[in-house]
Design a protein. Structure first.
Length: 588
């Protein structure tokens, strides 16, 4: 595989760290919105398994009703950023993922943005339920360093999670055949909101995501103050997801590196003009008739015998000189114009990155044919998925320096070129400037490809191979376990009747109460040790939420909080209970 196709193979095959596959999160968002639209006041949700209701604030309910595509996008937002399938920074303990949702909510300025933030809460509150089920079935919280392998890298746990999640999606489609059509899966990430609230270094969401990565980046930069950005980035010991989260800082560093390149050109001109330097002694630059050094009429000791320093010097002087406009007023120099254009193109990286996330998410969540049940894998063209980033990279780095220099050069430099050609000397303007600037802009491309994508290639190949080899056996194991723990008094397991399962009922209810009051899942303190749910991923997260701590369990989680509750069924007002042992406690 190419590294891009390998990466996309991984993305297509898996939705790691998701208690629910992304399509299921979207389907649950649609269920919530359908209930709101059907309620008399447009903001009431009736809880499953009882007679209780909750009401959303009108502004929030309106946002969900009127912006379904943003609500769906928010429902899978934590699984999309920093990139689809790279979810640790929006899920993990220590990074306060529920607070990230609240920060998004507080940063929202429009109903569309509010709907996206509400979707984030849907994701986290439903994960709090589903991970208790998935982790128990698979044996452990999602990790590539499982306890079962003595914390050594191993993808078996990842494969088991993927299979468990796909089985939920298949059961969902059996229960609701129209749930995964193209229309039902359509979603739209509010890109300007993401740029402001997720990828900007001033955002509390970004700061939370990069809690661990930023100090490492600052420390390694301090130890390599004169290196190009790609060098400390390559030496930085962080996960690929953290590298992606650090893109804003990498861009800032390349901006600085580009300014250094321009300063280096100024220093090189000064060196040419210094008679005590090697270059200065050879060229012998002096003032011409205008009495000023650093202009087109400067004198030199030689021309033909020192043609390389001669043409280099006058090319750089020409590019450094302010260019007059039609009125004669002096404007930016050619170098200033070149630098400004490159700075502008650098700033297009983050929009291109968000666009790539958006397009990849759309491809990964394409509709599934209702007449062909099963969790289809999206057929993704890597070039299509990464087109915005590829186009950005090409626009930034594939530069025709001869054309650039000729386009912005003052007329006298072109005249000098023509004069030298008469005597058989051909000047490569682009070849003079390119080595001074091009390495500074190549580094951001090299960092993204070399630091983020290439190191993951081997892991991706191993994972896809394991899925192919182990999926059938894992399915057989899971079916046997679900049959063993099936509720008594009724045929089948929760996957045979997902609509009446504790897994679905409790997920719906936790989402409903959380959308009505975010405090249901928010930790009740400002410090990391605050009491409350600390991660989307762990088992027993429900035990740290307000519905359990504050005695609302009967209304919201009528079948209980253990694994047996999720495996049980509630049909026609009657409970059919599983007697399964609870999920194991994992000491991470």
């Amino acid at each position: 595989m190419t590294r891009l196709s390998a990466l996309l193979a991984f993305l297509c095959f898996s939705q790691p760290a998701h208690a629910y596959p992304t399509r299921v999160h979207i389907a649950l968002a649609n269920d919530i919105r359908t209930e709101l639209l059907a309620s008399p006041d447009g903001r009431t949700l009736r809880l499953e398994g009882g007679d209780y209701i909750v009401r959303l604030p009108e502004d929030d309910a309106r946002a969900v009703r009127e912006w379904p595509l943003a609500f769906r996008a928010g429902a899978i937002g934590p699984d999309n950023f920093v990139f689809p399938a790279m979810t640790d920074l929006t899920h993990a303990v220590g990074l306060r993922p529920y607070d990230q949702c609240e920060d998004l909510y507080q940063l929202a300025e429009t109903d569309q943005e509010r709907a996206y933030a509400m979707g984030c809460f849907l994701h986290g509150s439903s994960d709090a339920v589903a991970h208790h089920y998935v982790n128990a079935l698979t044996g452990e919280t999602f990790t590539v360093n499982p306890i079962s392998n003595n914390r050594e890298e191993d993808f078996s746990n990842v494969v088991r999670h993927i299979v468990a999640e796909v089985m939920i999606q298949e059961a969902w489609q059996t229960a609701w055949p129209e749930a995964f059509t193209d229309e039902a899966m359509l979603h739209a990430i509010p890109k300007d909101f993401i740029l402001r609230a997720v990828t900007h270094p001033d955002s509390p969401v970004w700061k939370q995501m990069t809690t661990h990565a930023v100090p490492k980046w600052e420390a390694i930069q301090a130890g390599m103050p004169d290196a190009l950005m790609v060098e400390p980035a390559a030496a930085l010991d962080v996960a690929p997801a953290e590298h992606l989260a650090l893109i804003p800082l990498y861009v800032d560093r390349v901006h600085i590196d580009l300014d250094w390149a321009m300063s280096d050109i100024d220093a090189l001109i000064t060196d040419f003009q210094d008679p005590t330097s090697a270059l200065g002694a050879e060229l012998g630059v002096g003032p011409g008739p205008d009495g000023t050094v650093g202009t087109e009429d400067d004198s030199t000791n030689c021309i033909v015998t020192c043609i390389t320093p001669y043409t280099t010097y006058f090319t750089l002087v020409a590019l450094q000189a302010p260019i007059p406009d039609d009125s004669g007023a002096l404007g930016p120099s050619a170098l200033d114009t070149i630098a400004a254009d490159l700075h502008f193109k650098l700033d297009k990286l983050l929009p291109a990155y968000v666009q790539s996330v958006s397009e990849t998410s759309a491809l990964l969540n394409e509709g599934i044919d209702p007449d062909n049940p099963g969790a289809e894998i999206a057929d993704i063209d890597p070039i299509q998925a990464f087109a915005p980033l590829i186009e950005w990279s090409e626009d930034l780095t594939d530069l025709d320096w001869d054309l650039i220099v000729e386009t912005v050069s003052p007329g006298w430099l072109l005249d000098l070129r023509d004069t030298l050609e008469i005597i058989g000397i051909y000047v490569d303007f682009g070849g003079i400037v390119e080595p001074l600037i091009q390495p500074r802009i190549d580094e951001i491309r090299d960092a993204i490809v070399g630091v983020v994508i290439e190191p993951a290639e081997g892991q991706i190949d191993e994972l896809t191979t394991l899925i192919e080899e182990e999926e059938d056996a894992i399915r057989t194991e899971f079916v046997a376990e679900l049959n063993r723990t099936a509720p008594s008094g009724v045929q089948g397991t929760l996957l045979d009747d997902l609509a009446h399962s504790g897994l679905y009922m409790h997920s719906f209810n936790m989402v409903a109460v959380t959308l009505a009051d975010h405090q249901m899942v928010l930790p009740m303190a400002d410090e990391h040790a605050g009491v409350g749910a600390a991660t989307f991923d762990a088992s027993y997260t429900l035990a740290w939420t307000q519905p359990v701590i504050c005695g609302y369990q009967t209304a919201i989680l009528p079948l209980g909080t253990d694994r047996a509750a999720l495996l049980s069924l509630h049909i026609d007002g009657k409970d059919f209970l599983s007697t399964a042992e609870d999920s194991p406690v994992e000491c991470h």
